[in-house]
Design a protein around this ligand. Structure first.
Ligand SMILES: Cc1ncc(COP(=O)(O)O)c(C=O)c1O
Length: 393
C-alpha cells in the first residue's frame, strides 16, 4: 500500500495563526455560493479605480521594451527621485536617493521582511496592539517574538512607552507603530513621535513607522511623517504605500525610506528574495507621486462623507462611535454583553454584513469591531439598515 505523501512543514509555518481575511473570504464565498447578498465592510480595499493618468503611465511603461528586463532592488532613478520629491514637498523631509530609499512590493512586504533584517532568534519586536496582523506574524516567521504593545484608548490609542517591562526592553530590537492607525483610525498625538525617538535612542530599538494612510485624512487634518521628527532618521525607517492614496492596492507599490544603515540591510536582504518592482510600475508610481493630487483630495472627501453617514447611522443603533480623522475605517466598541467575535458573528448571521472583529488585530482589539468605508454609499446605507432592522442589540 502506498503511503500518502505529507510534506514536513516548518515550525514557523505551522505556528502561523489563520489569516483573518482568508477566514472572512471563505465565509463570504460560502454565503454567496448559497445566493446570499453579502455586504462586506470587512477588508479595507478601495472600491473606486486607480486614477486615469496613473493607468496611462502604466500603459506607456509596459509599451516601452526597456521596462521588460529585470529591475534592480535599488529602484529606478525615476522612482527614487519621485519618492524623494514627494517626501520633500509633502513632509519637508530630505531623502538621499542613493541610500535612503528602496522600493517595496507594497508596505506589507516591508513589514514582513524588515523583521528578517533586524531580528535574530529570540529577539523581541514591540508590535502595536491592535495593529495590522503582519506586525506580529512578521517577527514570528523571522524566528523573533512579537510582544504586544497595547494602544491605550485613554491615550488616544497611543502606547504607554513607560509601562514596558525592563526585561522586555533589554531584548527588544524593533518597534512597529502606525499613524494614521489601522484599525483604530487614531492619528498621532502631539509629541508622541518625539518621545518615540528618545525612547528608541535610550533603548537601542529601531522604529518602523508604517505610514500606509499618510494622505487619507479628513477635516483639514494633515498627517506627518515620522521622519519629520528631529532625530528620527537616526533611529528609524518609514514604510510608505501607494495602495490607499491612489487606489493601487492591486499594483503592489511602496517604499521603505529613512535610516541608511537599515535601508542598506534591507536592500541586501531583498536582493536575495526578489528582483524588485516592475520598471513600468515604478514609472506609474512616479506618475502618481509627481502628478496631480486632486484625486487624493477627492478620495478623502468620499471617505469623509461615508464616515459621516456610517457614524450617524451607527449612533442611531445606540453604538458609540467617534469619527476618525484618518484611514478608511471606523472603530466601534461592541454593545454590552458581546465580544468582538460574537458581535461580528451576529452581524454576519443576522444582517449578512461582514465587519472585522477587533480581537483579530490583537488582544487589545477585544471589545471593538472595525467597519471599512470601502463600499459605495447605497451599500453602506443598506448595511446599516440591515443592522438596525435585523440585529437585536
Ligand atoms: C497599516 C497597514 N499597513 C500596511 C498595509 C499594506 O499596504 P500595502 O498594500 O502597501 O502592502 C495595510 C493594508 O491594509 C495597512 O492597513
Amino acid at each position: 500500500m502506498t503511503r500518502t505523501f505529507e510534506p514536513r512543514l516548518s515550525t514557523r509555518v505551522q505556528s502561523l495563526p489563520p489569516y483573518l481575511f482568508a477566514e472572512i473570504e471563505r465565509k463570504v464565498a460560502a454565503k454567496r455560493a448559497a445566493g446570499v447578498d453579502i455586504i462586506s465592510l470587512g477588508i479595507g480595499d478601495p472600491d473606486t479605480p486607480t486614477p486615469a493618468h496613473i493607468v496611462s503611465a502604466m500603459i506607456e511603461g509596459v509599451r516601452d521594451p526597456h521596462t521588460h528586463q529585470y529591475p534592480t532592488n535599488r529602484g529606478s532613478a525615476e522612482f527614487r527621485s519621485a519618492v524623494a520629491s514627494y517626501y520633500e514637498r509633502r513632509f519637508g523631509v530630505t531623502l538621499d536617493t542613493d541610500g535612503e530609499i528602496v522600493p517595496l512590493l507594497g508596505a506589507k512586504e516591508g513589514i514582513a521582511h524588515i523583521c528578517f533584517a533586524l531580528l535574530n532568534e529570540g529577539d523581541l519586536c514591540l508590535s502595536a496592539d491592535p495593529g495590522y496582523p503582519v506586525y506580529t506574524t512578521g517577527p514570528l516567521i523571522a524566528d523573533g517574538t512579537a510582544v504586544h504593545l497595547p494602544l491605550r484608548s485613554e491615550l488616544g490609542f497611543q502606547p504607554d512607552l513607560d509601562e514596558i517591562e525592563p526585561a522586555v526592553l533589554a531584548r527588544a530590537k524593533m518597534i512597529f507603530v502606525s499613524y494614521p492607525n489601522n484599525p483604530t483610525g487614531a492619528v498621532v498625538e502631539d509629541d508622541f513621535f518625539a518621545r518615540l525617538v528618545a525612547f528608541a535612542r535610550a533603548h537601542d530599538i529601531v522604529v518602523v513607522h508604517d505610514n500606509a494612510y499618510a494622505d487619507i485624512t479628513f477635516d483639514g487634518y494633515v498627517a506627518p511623517s515620522f521622519l519629520e521628527t528631529p532625530g528620527a532618521k537616526e533611529v528609524g525607517v518609514e514604510l510608505f504605500s501607494l495602495s490607499k492614496s491612489y487606489n493601487m492596492t492591486g499594483w503592489r507599490a511602496g517604499a521603505i525610506v529613512g535610516n541608511p544603515a537599515v535601508i542598506d540591510a534591507y536592500w541586501r536582504l531583498k536582493t536575495n528574495m526578489d528582483s524588485g518592482m516592475f520598471v513600468a510600475l515604478q514609472h506609474a508610481a512616479a506618475a502618481a507621486l509627481n502628478g496631480p493630487q486632486e484625486s487624493v483630495a477627492e478620495l478623502c472627501r468620499l471617505y469623509a462623507h461615508r464616515r459621516d453617514l456610517l457614524v450617524a447611522a451607527l449612533r442611531r443603533t445606540g453604538m458609540q462611535v467617534a469619527p476618525p480623522k484618518g484611514t478608511i475605517y471606523l472603530w466601534a466598541p461592541v454593545p454590552a454583553g458581546h465580544t468582538s467575535g460574537s458581535f461580528a458573528e451576529l452581524v454576519l448571521n443576522e444582517a449578512d454584513v461582514i465587519v472585522s472583529p477587533g480581537a483579530a488585530y490583537g488582544p487589545s482589539g477585544e471589545g471593538y469591531v472595525r467597519f471599512s468605508l470601502t463600499v459605495p454609499d447605497d451599500r453602506l446605507h443598506e448595511a446599516v439598515e440591515r443592522i438596525e432592522q435585523r440585529v437585536r442589540l
